[in-house]
Design a protein around this ligand. Sequence first.
Ligand code: ADP
Length: 395
Amino acid sequence: MKVLVINAGSSSIKYQLFEMPAATVLARGMVERIGSEQSGLSYHQAGQKGSRDVQAGDHQQAMGVILQALTDAQIGALHDIQEIAAVGHRVVHGGEEFTDSVKIDPDVLDSIERFADLAPLHNPPNLTGIRAAQQALPEAVQVACFDTAFHASIPKAAYLYGLPYEIYEQFRVRRYGFHGTSHRYVARRAAALLERDPAASNLITCHLGNGCSITAVKEGKSIDTSMGLTPLEGVVMGTRCGDLDPAIVFYLTDKGYSIEQLNEMCNKKSGLLGISGASNDMRNLVDLAEGGHERAKLAIDIFCYRIKKYIGTYTAVLGSVDAVVFTGGIGENSPLIREQVCSNLPQIGIEIDSKRNAGRSGEYLISAERSRVRVYVIATDEEAAIAADTYQFAR
Ligand code: ADP
């Protein structure tokens, strides 16, 4: 069965075509700069890699470009788009309603629209992607997989903020958490590497990409996570500030900043970029720090310090930890960050072996033999997880 996975952002749609249940990737790629004059398709299909200029004035047209590429005479992986039996969509916010992936019907679409209030940058393009796919492939089963769903198991004591209870009752202000598909995927893989039942493994999973979040997984379930009502809370990220004293917002409002300016500052101008004044990209920062750039080094130090604090906190929350997992662009590729995060943690049973940590790709152990807690690098694969969920509905 052919399953197409769609990840629609505000100006891009990423796609991957799977043959299920083997999860063989038949094609993958992305349409970028949707809505501009310079839309482009990049693809890896039928053993060929390439890119080309395309016309994609909106998401509907971008979906047309993708389906055309999938059936292209030269690079196509399909003879006919009707071979696609199901489409799995990444949806960022599922509110309190969705605790698992769901088959999309009009009620589900209404709910995703309602939660756009909570994820204004993500849910609207996700919804546009779903509508475009429904129009192009009306016969295919359409499934929504939510970034928030894995965190539905977080208990109330961990998801409520210390605000008046009516704020939760009235506005559903609470911790939701994100990157759930990634945390769930690497948690299952870690259990497999530990040769344990997922329901018997306690883990701390660190998803470190442009956005970063840390999750405490107890007996296979998320019981706490660093991101909150929105993806702004938690560790320091590429351009987001992470945890903050909320009074800073009142203080800066008093100093003349508008709410819009503060929103922009906290989401787009803070984090690694704001601290270093140089870049939000960890590769650049590592190079700059090695060349003596003081604030690049400071940004890296703050980034690692915050993650270390979460590992300590979640160790206390979990009681016992079987493994810590690093994933995401930074987690998978930066031995330096992993080493710095895990330095001086033997008291909580975490010791890195620098040879093992030196870096390969895929899934591997980086903790020392004597380390009580195992530390793994596991390449995340959110698309494969979405394809697996989608296949379950379409089967
Ligand atoms: P997204 O969250 O957008 O999916 P990724 O998971 O691809 O992003 O992560 C992007 C981050 O990974 C960037 O900060 C990038 O610099 C970092 N990264 C990728 N490769 C390396 C590397 N070799 N060393 C350090 N950081 C890396």
